[in-house]
Write a new protein. Sequence first.
Lengths: 263, 263
Amino acid sequence: MADLEKDLKKISKSSVIPVYYQLARILEKRIRLGKLKPGESLPSENKIASICGISRMTVRRAIAELVDLRLLSPQKGKGTFVTEHEFAHTVFEFYDFFKEMRRKGKEPSSKLVNVRIIKADKTIAKKLDIPIDTKTLSIKLILAADGYPMVYEEKYIVYTKQNPIIESELRDPSLPSLVSSHLHKLPVTSRRILQVTIINEEEAILLNTKPHSPAFLVEQILYDKDNTPIGWGKSIYRGDSYKLVSYDGLNPGREKGGIIDYE
Amino acid sequence: MADLEKDLKKISKSSVIPVYYQLARILEKRIRLGKLKPGESLPSENKIASICGISRMTVRRAIAELVDLRLLSPQKGKGTFVTEHEFAHTVFEFYDFFKEMRRKGKEPSSKLVNVRIIKADKTIAKKLDIPIDTKTLSIKLILAADGYPMVYEEKYIVYTKQNPIIESELRDPSLPSLVSSHLHKLPVTSRRILQVTIINEEEAILLNTKPHSPAFLVEQILYDKDNTPIGWGKSIYRGDSYKLVSYDGLNPGREKGGIIDYE
DNA sequence: TAGTGGTCTAGACCACCTC
DNA sequence: AGGTGGTCTAGACCACTAA
């Protein structure tokens, strides 16, 4: 472990880069390169502090960062250990359509199919927890990337005459913004349900694809702070152009924007 | 704000519950109940410290917890503010089949369809980055809950004669455990891709469902620490029995196991 | 200039684990 | 008993922000 000590002594206390950050990166790098293997233990906090010539609290802060990244796991009275990698807990991230497409260098756009005041049918009434036939604002639209239709969305919110729909509001067609500008309520929680579905004839025409092809169905329900549903939406994502990817285990350090250079 | 002060003075320094934890919960509760609104600022760290009669470092630790939960956002030289809620970034979690079913009170089981040594076809060769016709271990199995088939899986790993397949290894059919017991390599990274698909005739029979019905397709590729693919699997999850749910914005505090009682 | 959050120190006491 | 991590203190200096 003399090897580790050498690394630890590289820490510069006069650098503009915080000491805890330098230390965290040194340890992270050793773990990712496999020089510190799963199950191995770190030197004790006091040991690291005295080697580096820094305070124990600073060491603890560095370790805390790696605990957050699930690279280390401290055990009271025993020591701090490199974690065994875990593959059971997978996280799929799902980003805002507009941002995601821009990030990919594609030009996102939205096209209104229609906006109507309708009477809530059984499904809508149940989702929004309102009586059947309550006046409801219905918005249907297509999201496209570089002109290719990719998503078909239907959104429903309870209609109030006081706040009529303004054309400009429909430019950002996200359910939270619709709800907060049309109703006086602020959404605080959003529940999304991801399912699979088969595209029907109507959707196939709108999305310019074949009926009976598979697609993602993403339901979104917004709640206010009293946990009352205030908006419901369903989105159909074309299955041939949408995938969700996730990395587990010793993930490649994309979290918290940490750029690491390997030797 | 005298209201907040009263809450802050409830902190007991002699309690077995850590002071930073008590403070974090008090602040979290106020935010979740809407008594501290998005955009509002907290009293300064020094102020809170003197009100509670504790050290500033302890206050900082409590605040750090809420920053992690994205409830607070400190700004250098200005103050610490309650964050505006964000709905754009959705996270779908996907748990291990066995654990998830047990958690739901269902009895998970796995049934081998077959285990074979095959020659890698074009698809497998590409996924595992090996030459076509390389000997490959192929495992096909069904995962069931309370006897109802829910998932069909195919797994492929490069075959080595030294470590033959042992019956008992197939009891835990997870790709990481197969790979690490059959090969000498330890998987360090796992990449999963979630897509939609349509069930074909063969899969329909195995899953006891109708062909052409929609399903989730989850591909998993395992890599060792040199980033070489060492295992590939695809799983078909019945669309009628699988959903992914996610909560955003002011989520209901399920993270880090924090149980909060509201008044 | 006064106030804020960001970093860091050099101690302290505790509960827990191992020997 | 001695070592470990968990908590906490009472200071300190800094960079940043606002009046």
